[in-house]
Design a protein around this ligand. Sequence first.
Ligand code: AMP
Ligand code: MG
Length: 544
Amino acid sequence: MSAPTPSPLLVPIISDSPFSSALFDNRFVQSLPADPSTERRSRQVHGACFSWVSPTPVKSPQLLAHSAEVADMLGLPSDSHRHPAFAQVLGGNALAQGMTAYAACYGGHQFGNWAGQLGDGRAMGLGEVRTPSGQRLELQLKGAGPTPYSRTADGRAVVRSSVREFLCSEAMHHLGIATTRALSLVGTGDLVLRDMFYDGHPAKEKGAIVCRVAPSFLRFGNYQLLAFRRDLDTLKRLVDFTLQEYFPDLGPPSKDSYLRMVGVVAERTAQLVVDWQRVGFVHGVMNTDNMSVLGLTIDYGPYGWLEDYDPTWTPNTTDASGRRYCFGNQPGVAFWNLARFAEGILPLIGDARPLEEALMAFPHTFERDQAKMMSQKLGLSAWRPSDDASLEKELYHVLQLVETDMTIFFRKLAILSAQERDIHAFLDHTLRDAYYRPDDLQGPHREAIVSWLLKYQRRIASQDLSDEDRRSQMNAVNPYIVLRNYLAQLAIDRAEQGDGSMVYELLDVLRRPYEEQSQHARFAEKRPEWARHRPGCSMLSCSS
Ligand code: AMP
Ligand code: MG
């Protein structure tokens, strides 16, 4: 079936590109109903899962960075990034043969309120590649120009947010956390107008495009919108498609398999959030349109990493007053979002009760995996609920007494020996690096921290695990290096000058996040004071 294209397609289709050897198998667009209109203007789209679109060409696409692992996974030749057509295609100035551009139609709850149709306003699918290992992976450009879902916005993205998305997707993958991936970061050579802090001071910023890669970019909001509109034919087609393509083990479409699917989505979402809590990742905009049905971290916007441990911290300035998406709320919000997803499936089931039961997979999985995760973080060979729940609770209290860097704390804690006699010396010499204000390690705060360390020490002495084995268990789940907000900002400052070298440098150290890399120790230090209040380092907005 030859795909209809929007009229007119604004970029050429080229045959000589690194993608010419890729095998495209564009199931999403072949299986699901398309918007019959190919008009580009912003509008409501009914009875369809996507619209055909075209990238809008940019001035001078320049490759700023690429991920060699993702290129390899797609089966692209290893020198692909040197081919001039690589930046042409990934900058949206051409389509490779086999590609077809489309924007998905979805809705969502934003900050708890139903927002109606949202859709890919600047993201564009380019098709699905069958990889050498037999997987099917979708390519998607973010920032490639307007679509029918752009509403009043321009369809573009800035270098700032694109560097952040590129680096964090890859960093998350290397941390072993489910995520969409990133193939490339391309500067567009165009300027876009952004009011970064929504305070009436718009400025021109350099544009960029990231190519994201995932088995699917389907979100909770794709189902929600169809259910909300009572478009049950399209909803059924989309749910059946999802089940058959991404959950084939759950059986052919039926009410039972739909319920099993909701259960598996709940389970994967719980596992994802446990992983986020483990490494101190705060997504920042957990709207239901930013929740992947595959349980992937998706849509990197104003995310951040906990530096000083504060469960009420949110990196997103838009969220500063309500703190809906702060670190400590992520599990509860994920569950709330799952209930909205289940409402999207409800019309196919007709009865809420079995859906509520299916959703219980979330608390079950979360509780089980959270205890497992915490015991690994603390190096406990087994979780003893009677003792360890209070050890954990007191730890969270102690971490908030004196501004404590979460990442460094757990790495340093691993050094403690079960036989160490001088806990004060351990605190003052080893753990000290984890504190932003070490002079505050005095009086009752000091007493509380020392008392917790002694309790922890008794606990590890009571188990049959050597210091060395405990240390390696802890270091396998507590990262040495994470993408601290200020590090990303330093890479952005250079990328805005057309220099992607620091993006590559960070990408390289983030490939081995659990390994002590003494030659890169500067990237593992706590946030410097200058970054405490600098925009981009401590606070971010949705503007991107
Ligand atoms: P986000 O908060 O990034 O998840 O975006 C929410 C919605 O706004 C999605 O439908 C996006 O496609 C859309 N959107 C965000 N930024 C832009 C932009 N610059 N141009 C068009 N649509 C956008
Ligand atoms: Mg989004």
